[in-house]
Design a protein around this ligand. Sequence first.
Ligand code: FES
Length: 132
Amino acid sequence: MYVSLAVSYGTAAVLAAKYLYPMKRTPTIRSIFVARLSQLPDGGTHVVTDLRGVPVQVVRQGDSLLALSTVCPHLGCRVRWEGGAKQFLCPCHNAAFDQEGKVLSGPPPRPLGRYEVEVIEGSVYLKMKEPA
Ligand code: FES
């Protein structure tokens, strides 16, 4: 009887400890193929979808690549890249963002979301944490 009581309390203690102090999991980093670098000319853009289904605009400016969310941080409308003006424009409340996603005008409270980009053997990838 004492053995089964000890096993029961031990099991309850282990479960309580796991609940109160959950193990931290290191997030998995995923790479999402965008395009071959040769397919992105200077000033060229390419849209891919991230792991959450958010469209991401990848813009090449010379040797640098920038990947920005196309979801406006104000109320979530879709922004579009205007290559001639080198700005992202949100049609909902006439907001404008520069080519690095910083707010130029309008009500958005913060810049467009940025993604890490890497080039591996001539291919462009987005890097992002896998959604929980
Ligand atoms: Fe983009 Fe309001 S939703 S400015």
